[in-house]
Ligand binder design. Structure first.
Ligand code: GDP
Length: 295
């Protein structure tokens, strides 16, 4: 992940080798490369502009970093600004609520169902939660089967949804069943479409209203780059998402979605999917990712 950006930024920083200090000329030259590297990584162009302006201002500002040469100074500034771009402080889930209700939303194929299973496993393993899985995509029988299969693999209960049921009724009844079973984590795996549409948004709005989830997690396929960011913005406008789960990071060499989504939507990436296995989910740590990008 982020391989090409890592390489390009490395080249950009070469420009500062042998320089005595950061000045208008070498900063402009070096940042031109940084800008190209970010655009090539499919980062949103407005985000790139804001980023480069900010780095430039700091690099040419009063800030004197004793003991660091110009190359090290620019790397330090870029590292800090990349961390901010990726969301700043690590944002996990607020686990105080019992039951904790997580509503998974996103386009079809983004990884919602898989991520529901992964989060169930993660929160059981690390926080001792008792999960209850709720298949609420009644339009694709395969989606219900898929979540039931994951539930069996994980040995956790799931709501017996069928395609003739109403998704809002499913979610409402599922909360009663989860309480009966003593489950303190409910994951609603909602329907996705290939594109955003009004009917779907209305349905998701109705589920949100009926269940009052603490988190509405937008699940996005990192490999779709800026499309993921545009769709996140639309879901956030219509539904008010609380965070992002970025899937398929294992296949995303560029990183444009991860680097743009916080600035564009104001919502942080909370978890990343890094493979197809149920254990392939990690908390998203902006500072670690920034350091990884800078090699
Ligand atoms: P949904 O339609 O949003 O519920 O998407 P699915 O959960 O069915 O996922 C679609 C495909 O993406 C499946 O083949 C998953 O195995 C795969 N997938 C999901 N998350 C990841 C991930 O983090 N990495 C990889 N490599 N594949 C993933």
């Amino acid at each position: 992940m982020f391989e090409s950006l890592q390489e390009r930024l490395g080249n950009a920083f070469q420009k500062f080798k042998g320089q005595k200090r950061l000045d208008e000329d070498n900063v402009r030259e070096g940042l031109r490369e940084v800008r190209l590297a970010l655009l090539e990584a499919d980062v949103n162009f407005k985000v790139v502009k804001g980023f480069v302006d900010q780095v430039k201002e700091r690099a040419l500002g009063e800030e004197v970093m004793k003991g660091l040469n110009p190359g090290q100074q620019i790397v330090k500034i870029v590292n800090e600004e990349l961390t901010e771009l990726l969301g700043g402080e690590q944002q996990g889930l607020d686990l105080s609520a019992k039951p904790l209700k997580l509503m998974m939303v996103g386009l079809q194929g983004s990884g919602k169902t898989t991520s529901s299973g992964k989060l169930a496993l993660y929160l059981r393993k690390h926080h001792g939660r008792k999960p209850y899985l709720v298949p609420a995509d009644v339009y694709r029988p395969a989606a219900i089967d898929q979540l039931h299969t994951l539930a069996r693999q994980l040995d956790v209960p799931a709501y017996p949804s069928t395609t003739d049921m109403n998704p809002v009724d499913i979610c409402r009844d599922a909360m009663v069943k989860a309480a009966e079973l003593g489950c303190d984590l409910i994951l609603f795996d909602t329907a996705g479409r290939l594109h955003i549409d009004e009917t779907l948004m209305d349905e998701l709005g109705n589920i949100r209203q009926a269940c009052s989830p603490q988190e509405i997690l937008f699940v996005a396929d990192a490999m779709t780059g800026q499309d993921a960011v545009t769709v996140a913005e639309a879901f956030n406008d219509k539904l008010g998402i609380t965070g992002v789960v970025l899937t398929k990071m294992d296949g995303d060499a560029r990183g444009g979605a991860a680097l743009s989504i916080k600035t564009v939507t104001g919502r942080s990436v909370k978890f990343v999917g890094v493979g197809e296995k149920l254990s392939d989910m990690e908390l998203f740590h902006p500072d670690r990712i920034a350091s990884r990008i800078l090699g």
